[in-house]
Design a protein around this ligand. Structure first.
Ligand SMILES: CC(=O)N[C@H](C=O)[C@@H](O)[C@H](O)[C@H](O)COP(=O)(O)O
Length: 224
């Protein structure tokens, strides 16, 4: 089990390509992770078993692993089996859906986390969508709380940038475990603002590792 304190005030880079996209290739994502580490990422967040396996061999930094299955409802590492596979593929932290919604395998969050702790050495990051989720996830035994699903579950508005209000609200709950800001952090200033709002560390995905979206931002600005 690794020491979470190495991530204090640091940047974690999420390297993900979506189904059907040109960069959806485990080798490409492992190379993306290597590039992010050279740039200063203290950890990487990686989706999919093959991507995890290849990235594990490519970088030495801690790896947050997840397995997305589906696109609606509970789809981020939705079941214990998905989570166990992420751990087996080398994740130091397994990110799982940390909302209060029913899970497809019928296990609740506490049961899922307990089984994962019992059967692996991985820590658990609960991807939450609200302060109520965060509180419930902490009660369920999550090691790390993330704001990953803020704006995607109907409980919070989808803010243009990070949901700083939610970060501050969760930080004020003093849940006794690290809060990782994640979701729509598009500039270095926004990343800094997340720490200032009370986050322990920051995950950036799209703005660093999704060139199609970044290109769209620039192309759109020229057409405005
Ligand atoms: C909601 C959801 O499915 N989030 C996913 C979780 O792993 C990823 O698609 C995001 O890219 C990641 O959370 C990082 O966020 P952003 O790309 O906004 O920096």
């Amino acid at each position: 089990m690794f020491d979470l304190s190495v991530l204090a005030s640091r940047l974690i880079v999420s390297c993900q390509a979506y189904p059907g996209e040109p960069m959806r290739d485990p080798r490409t994502m492992a190379q993306m992770a290597q590039a992010a580490v050279i740039g200063g990422a203290a950890a990487v967040r990686i989706q999919g078993i093959q991507d995890l396996e290849q990235t594990r061999d490519a970088v030495d930094v801690p790896m947050i692993g997840l397995w997305k299955d589906g696109t609606d409802g509970v789809f981020i590492t939705p079941t214990l089996d998905h989570a166990l596979a992420c751990a087996a593929a080398g994740s130091d932290i397994v990110a799982i859906d940390g909302t209060r919604r029913p899970r497809p395998d019928g296990r609740n969050l506490a049961e899922t986390i307990a089984a994962l702790h019992e059967q692996t050495g991985a820590l658990v990051m609960a991807d939450c969508g609200s302060a109520a989720d965060a509180k419930a996830a902490a009660d369920a035994g999550a090691d790390v709380i993330g704001t990953t699903l803020a704006g995607y579950t109907g409980e919070r508005p989808k803010t243009d940038g990070p949901d700083l209000e939610l970060i501050a609200e969760i930080a004020a709950l003093d849940l006794g475990r690290p809060l990782i800001a994640e979701g729509r952090i598009h500039t270095p200033a926004q990343a800094r603002a997340c720490l200032d709002a009370g986050a322990f560390a920051v995950v950036v995905g799209t703005a660093i590792t999704h060139p199609t979206t970044i290109t769209g931002w620039f192309a759109g600005a020229l057409q405005g």
